[in-house]
Design a protein around this ligand. Structure first.
Ligand code: GLP
Length: 256
């Protein structure tokens, strides 16, 4: 197996909160501080249920006049192949609904991999190039799949991977079927930033809530660095923090 020896569990990388609201306020504060200090910050954004409360708090603070998003640039992690930005289940639609339509970020500052394209290879290369020419991602938000995936980098994804077309794991199709009328409607492929793309961000914040994420968090934080758990590659990043609730922290080794 392609893995390195088990590192000691680094508790400094973990912040455990009593509830999702507290954790989400903490993350929103970090984003607002960054954008205050660097109005043209480049943010990496995520979809899924996990970051919704962060986006709600960012919108609340924007409406309160605490932050101005007009100069930020954003890059999203991933998109389903076959879904146009107009499709209600596309991640593009998710971002408009949960964040972009409620803040002052200009549309042309937001980037989401194209789910419909003639040539996914050049689409992926272009996406990587845009990240580079923007100066690179300052701050990247991540969720985690029950199987340890980040973005749509499923188990088996190499640490060197860039933005690319991927096949979704059966368990991911099953987990995400809750957003579709039936599991048959869930796309089988996605375009996702790669592990190497994600690790280039200057700061990474991975959020996870609930017991279903506990094993993935334990593997990511305290297990070996291995493609079997894509989130474990965050151990190689000098500035990555895992922000979890007590349920998601429950399987971490207690002696550490
Ligand atoms: C999705 C996304 C991931 C997300 C994960 C968990 O499929 N591609 O970026 O982190 O699954 O989703 P949730 O936050 O809803 O548990």
């Amino acid at each position: 197996m392609n893995s390195t020896p088990r590192p000691s569990f680094d508790a400094k990388r973990m912040l455990v909160f009593d509830d999702i609201q507290q954790a989400s306020h903490h993350v929103a504060d970090e984003i607002i501080q960054l954008v205050g200090a660097k109005p043209s910050a480049v943010l990496g954004l995520a979809t899924g249920s996990t970051p919704i409360a962060v986006y709600e708090e960012l919108i609340r603070r924007y409406r309160a006049g605490d932050v101005d998003f007009s100069k930020i640039t954003t890059f999203n992690l991933d998109e389903y192949v076959g879904l146009s930005p107009e499709h209600p289940q596309s991640f593009a639609a998710f971002m408009r609904t949960h964040l972009f339509d409620a803040i002052d970020v200009p549309d042309h500052h937001t980037h989401i991999p194209a789910g419909v394209a003639n040539d996914f290879l050049s689409t992926a290369e272009l996406f990587e190039k845009k990240i580079q020419t923007s100066g690179g991602i300052d701050w990247q938000l991540l969720g985690i799949g029950d199987n340890g995936h980040i973005g749509f980098n499923e188990p088996g994804s190499p640490g060197e991977s860039g933005t690319r077309l991927v096949e979704l794991a059966d368990e991911t199709i099953e987990a995400n079927s809750r957003f579709f009328d039936s599991p048959d409607d869930v796309p089988r492929q996605a375009i996702t930033m790669g592990i190497a793309t994600i690790l280039k961000a200057k700061r990474l914040v991975l959020m996870a809530f609930g017991a279903a994420k506990a094993q993935a968090i334990a593997d990511a934080v305290a297990g070996p660095v291995t493609p079997d758990c894509p989130a474990s590659f965050l151990q190689r990043h000098p500035n990555a923090t895992f922000i979890v609730d007590r349920a998601a922290a429950a399987a971490l080794p207690t002696e550490a």
